[in-house]
Design a protein around this ligand. Structure first.
Ligand code: NAD
Length: 476
């Protein structure tokens, strides 16, 4: 039954994810009971523990939700934010399940959250909270290379994943695979090259792919490719910054960046690396040389632009501001930035929304590569790099012999190159984003009634999860 405008506006984050699921369900071939099983969160763990904070003791509220066990381990980031609550973690865990299925990463979905402000917590307290949280998960068998593998999310990064792995590995010191208990680790703690920037890089690969279809772009009044497209980015954290850094390499022009403290605009384009430096030096992005400060940070979302990239938090595009949004493409780098109410409005306006479960799947894709690296105990490319180079050198020699001409040193150096870890990670990521979009687009084209890309992505994902259950022979 269709929801009223009021009901739509009142949906919580996890109810919004279920709403999108229900909207997609009729386009799947999944039986009713199984749909219900795929939709619900399988395990929800809430824990409170004390932490010493200066001279005080404070109670910390933390969660881990495993949404689906249809594939193991489960996988999903750990978020540090004052907004964390059970509903938010449930929503994010569910999104992880659908995301993993979309990009064929063989994990169930999970998410963790700790209700703290990382900015206002001393580093030593952050460390004891992270280590205690890891220990609490261990007590419940909710972390481990084959059980549940966290990663960074909003408010966390390499450093926190380092504390997680150090805690887990020191308590499992005879487990040779212990380092695969978490991804997004620092390189020197068995992380993988390219993981930190993977989500942002994946967002740009996704956008590049979406913008490569002339007929889709024509409907939006746009040309193909990213070159010259105007971009607005909300959030200059891990995902927003890396998206910004990478998209300018494709010739796109970032005209505005919004952060918590304000937003800046420059029609000629902003250099994200310089903006980040400025923020580090002054504590804010505003007053950036050559740029204009906007009155409110939310104003950035409403600017005239080709591509709007929300890369901060959920529920940023709502029924309230959606009528004023002028972007032609919205690429959901954050999880859940568009509410169902906003989506209805934006769809009616003809805006192309690239859904989160596809757009930001680059992070979990490279996390999967890191997990594989940890389990195989060898760096990607280590065994074959030199062999590839020798084969290429032999090929050049053969061509030289047959043609009687000598290749220059520069020509040889351009051609002879064995793939190292970063090359393989980035090409695996790009290939994943290209083929996943192809599948989503084709699925949408296969049924004219599918209204938008999100519905297509959800339906495709549900079908893939259904296939895992079907392989068990549980259907009549
Ligand atoms: P982050 O903490 O590194 O950065 C988020 C940034 O957004 C911060 O700088 C914060 O100040 C800013 N911000 C918060 N509220 C804002 C607002 N109202 N306006 C403007 N800026 C605001 O977090 P992140 O890892 O970049 O995650 C961002 C989003 O991407 C989240 O939704 C997260 O779930 C999603 N995501 C992250 C990853 C990952 O690999 N880190 C992977 C997939 C999805």
């Amino acid at each position: 039954m269709a929801l009223t405008k009021k009901e739509l506006a009142e949906l919580s984050f996890s109810q919004s994810v279920s709403y999108y699921f229900d909207k997609a369900a009729p386009f799947t071939d999944c039986p009713e009971g199984l749909l219900e099983q795929i939709k619900v969160c399988n395990s929800i763990y809430r824990v409170n523990f004390p932490v010493k904070w200066g001279k005080e003791v404070k109670v910390i509220e933390a969660y881990r939700v495993q949404h689906s066990h249809h594939r193991m381990p489960t996988k999903g980031g750990i978020r540090f934010s004052l907004h964390v609550d059970q509903d938010e973690v449930m929503a994010l865990a569910a999104l992880m399940t659908y995301k993993c299925a979309i990009v064929d990463v063989p994990f169930g979905g999970a998410k963790g959250g700790i209700k703290i402000s990382p900015r206002n917590t001393p580093v030593e307290v952050l460390e004891s909270i992270t280590r205690r949280y890891t220990y609490e998960l261990m007590k419940k068998n909710m972390i481990g290379p084959g059980l549940d593998v966290p990663a960074p999310d909003y408010g966390t990064g390499e450093r926190e994943m380092g504390w997680v792995v150090d805690t887990f590995a020191s308590m499992n010191n005879n487990d040779v695979d212990a380092y695969a208990c978490v991804t997004g680790k620092p390189i020197h703690l068995n992380g993988i090259k390219g993981r930190t920037e993977a989500t942002g890089r994946g967002v740009v690969y996704a956008l590049n792919q979406v913008c490569s279809y002339a007929d889709d772009m024509k409907k939006l009044g746009l040309t193909t490719g990213l070159e010259g497209k105007t971009v607005v980015i909300q959030g200059l954290g891990n995902v927003g910054y890396n998206t910004a850094k990478f998209i300018v390499k494709y010739g796109a022009k970032i005209i505005s960046i919004a952060e918590n403290e304000g937003a800046i605009f420059n029609a000629k384009g902003l250099d994200p690396e310089a903006v980040l430096e400025h923020r580090k030096a002054t504590g804010k992005i505003t007053d950036f040389p050559g740029a204009k400060n906007l009155k409110k940070n939310s104003e950035a979302l409403e600017l005239e632009c080709d591509i709007l990239i929300p890369a901060a938090l959920e529920k940023q595009l709502t029924g309230e501001n959606a009528p004023r949004i002028k972007a032609k493409i919205i690429c959901e780098a954050a999880n859940g930035p568009t509410t169902p109410e906003a989506e209805e409005i934006l769809n009616k306006k003809g805006v192309l929304i690239i859904p989160d479960i596809y757009a930001n799947a680059g992070g979990v894709t490279v996390s999967y590569f890191e997990w594989l690296k940890n389990l195989s105990h060898v760096r990607f490319g280590r065994m074959q790099k030199r062999f590839e180079e020798e084969t290429q050198e032999n090929m050049i020699k053969l061509i030289e012999d047959l043609s009687g001409k000598k290749a220059t040193r520069l020509q040889v150096e351009t051609v002879v190159r064995g793939a190292g870890e970063i090359d393989l990670v980035n090409s695996g990521l790009e290939d994943t984003m290209i083929s996943a979009y192809h599948d989503i687009r084709e699925f949408k084209r296969s049924n004219k009634k599918i209204p938008d890309l999100r519905t297509a992505a959800f339906a495709l994902s549900i079908n893939k999860i259904k296939n895992a259950y079907a392989a068990l022979g549980i259907f009549p």
